[in-house]
Design a protein around this ligand. Structure first.
Ligand SMILES: [Zn+2]
Length: 222
């Protein structure tokens, strides 16, 4: 699993687990287990369902795990600061972060909608589908190549060819590919940083430098 704190791929070993039989006829059960990330030592509590079995000592255990969910941390929010990002993007983005662990599908839908709104209103790129908009964005080359590549990867990671709704109705809640919801958030962070946060930072630095230049009686930077 991926640690929700340090984002490293870890082999999680619980220090405590509770197995509950919920259906004896079909041998179904659930497990809740807790332990610490071997890399960053933070507490993780997870839940999963599966087939309920009993060992020789009578204790229950679960095999064929499915529907795994993270119970804690409930919503480990990303440390991204949204102060300089316009409000029209922050509400979808924040909600996409909030629901990521509970529903990657919902998170991805919010992120795709947020991305499309960004294309429409900030870059005035408006086409029939998200893929076409991504193509236009890449062809204009108005961002560094690492951003162009990251945006381009959305199509591949999301397997857009197999899910036409992702493309034409971006807010639709549909199946996600592994890692897709996280990737969309990564890309939004890159875009916000490049288009909103970094320019603000630069402006501030310029103001500070101009104050210093003024004190020295030198001409200001434009
Ligand atoms: Zn960790």
């Amino acid at each position: 699993m991926i640690c929700p704190y340090c984002s490293k791929s870890i082999h999680f070993e619980n220090i405590k687990e509770m197995n509950i039989e919920i259906d004896s006829e079909y041998e179904k059960g659930v497990c809740v287990e807790g332990g610490f990330c071997p890399s960053c030592n933070e507490l993780i509590i997870r839940y999963y369902e599966g087939d309920f079995k009993r060992g020789a000592n009578g204790d229950g255990y679960i095999v064929n795990e499915e529907n795994e969910r993270l119970l804690y941390p409930f919503n480990k929010s990303r440390s991204f600061i949204l102060d300089d990002v316009p409000h029209e993007y922050t509400s979808d983005f924040s909600e996409a972060v909030l629901v990521l662990l509970i529903s990657p599908k919902a998170s991805a839908a919010l992120s795709r909608r947020c991305l499309q709104r960004f294309f429409h209103s900030h870059l005035s790129i408006k086409k029939a589908s998200l893929v076409k908009e991504i193509e236009v964005f890449i062809s204009t080359q108005q961002a560094p190549s690492y951003i162009l590549d990251a945006v381009d990867a959305i199509r591949n990671i999301g397997n857009f060819a197999a899910h036409p709704l992702k493309d034409t109705n971006t807010g639709e809640v549909i199946e996600v590919e592994p890692g897709e919801a996280e990737w969309l958030l990564e890309v939004l962070e890159l875009l916000f940083d490049f288009y909103f946060i970094y320019p603000k930072k630069l402006e501030k630095r310029k103001e500070e430098l101009n104050k210093k230049l003024e004190k020295l009686g030198k001409p200001k930077m434009k």
